[in-house]
Design a protein around this ligand. Sequence first.
Ligand code: FE
Length: 259
Amino acid sequence: MRNIKLFDSAEHKFVLLNESEPGEEEGIRSNQYLVTHGENGVLLDPGGFGVMPSVLTELVRYINTENIRAIMLSHQDPDIVGGLSTWLELTSAPVYVSNIWLRFLPHYGIASMAQFVGVPDAGMTCNIGPGFQLQLLPAHFLHSEGQINVYDPIAKILFTGDIGAAMLPSDREYAFVDDFAAHLPYIEGFHRRYMVSNKAARLWVEAVSALDINILAPQHGPVYRGRAVADFLAWFRNLQCGVDLMTSSGHFSWEPQYE
Ligand code: FE
């Protein structure tokens, strides 16, 4: 297990936590991110129930749990929310999630919704502490109907949730995407089947293109840096996916390969 500091200054850090070994948790391997500024921290997509103890172990290397100032959920899937009820025993920090998922979260065994903040469709800016601000940006229908991204203007990192997510074969592990063409086979099937439509993809690319981005950090798989950032955005902007590819109920003009 190792952590990767994607941005590291004296005051501010953006850390990929728990870069776990393959097979550590059954199911989908996930990235959890911690953004710290001074002693304050924000946890992005804390992960499923099975990874919670190891994420916590890594988090306390950087901040005390009482200095968790917010938890941000990109969307409602179990690999993101499954461990949340345990986190809520540790922190009284606000939890940000799209407005449209608020009413579903109690089904994860969450007793009280008092800590939750519904994020409006247009997104919002979060002032975490002195000099520490994160932007919640809309990424709806990519793939979730209520998907949010988190932009850190100090690190110039955009946390993209499932956008850009990859599942690597166990014999091909790498932490960074430098060669987008070589990486494409590991993302194409997922994006064609899970992302809802080219319109959603194109509008998102147009919106985030206004940001100064050094790194795209997805919830699964390696992070995009350097040229691979622009290469991914150019590919995704033109991607035919989801309903674009439906020919009849249950059938797509592009045949997915899931292996
Ligand atoms: Fe998902």
